[in-house]
Design a binder for this molecule. Sequence first.
Ligand code: 13P
Ligand code: SF4
Length: 312
Amino acid sequence: MHKNESDAEYQEELKKRILELKKERGALIVAHNYQRDEIQDIADMTGDSYALACKVKEAREKVVVFCGVKFMAESAAMLSPEKTVLLPVEEAGCPLADMITVEKLCKKKDEYPEAAVVCYVNSSAAVKAESDICCTSSNAVKIVKSLKEEKVLFVPDKNLGRFVREHVPEKELILWDGYCIVHMRLTYEEVVHAKELYPEAEFIAHPECRKEVLKLADHVGSTAAMVKYVNECPKKEFIVGTESGILYKMKKENPDKKFYVPTDQFICANMKLTTLGWVARSLEKMVYKIEVQEEIARKARKTLEKMIEVTG
Ligand code: 13P
Ligand code: SF4
């Protein structure tokens, strides 16, 4: 009989097995803030895409299991070429990252030869390789501000791009027409409704949300910045405008505070593909190794390193 992964006893068995394998392999496990609760529990660290990439780069361990989506594991692997980075589920991708190809980017670059290309980390290694510098949601404003060029081609997320444009009015931003299908689901009306239901709550949002949604926010930031904000804010109630996996950490770190999701559609199916069973299998079989073609990795690494240099 096939064991059911939602069975509590089986979950404990899997957690034990993962800890044994982790020790055997000398591995580090990192998990993005959107991962399932039980995955966050077995991780050595949870965080946003920037923090996790830095953690992997600095880690002593030579094997890293990256519980997240492909572009995150790929970035971590390129920044740490001496390490083996494993993505437990090969198909865990990001539809936003797939909204741009190298061919289309090169065409656009020909239209704007004077523009610096800033690439959101939610993109393939090949697209990063064709860019001048990378950014994440935690540092996009700072990165764009740091550029000497006045014109900036910002790819592929238009909502983050618009957010940056508002904060760096001295630059001319040309935006790619990409977006996160999960964050785009949240509408202005849903947030207004949630605010009516919870009048004492602050509304916090990820910059991948629609512009009209961001206008309603008391705070906008990366997933790590959102967690930090609720930890430090004296308010007791929050409407959370990002993938619902983040609530686990927020609740755990703030048991006295209340958190609400403005829509029940706030789930990234790709992030939820990783289960305890897949993590155990990943360590057992050492799969799936992230491998990026050398020439692409060399160029893409430069754009990531430049980002780290600016961010500090
Ligand atoms: P963070 O870098 O803020 O964690 O965001 C990653 C992401 O994919 C948001 O949808
Ligand atoms: Fe990609 Fe959106 Fe999922 Fe983030 S939430 S990984 S941007 S699809």
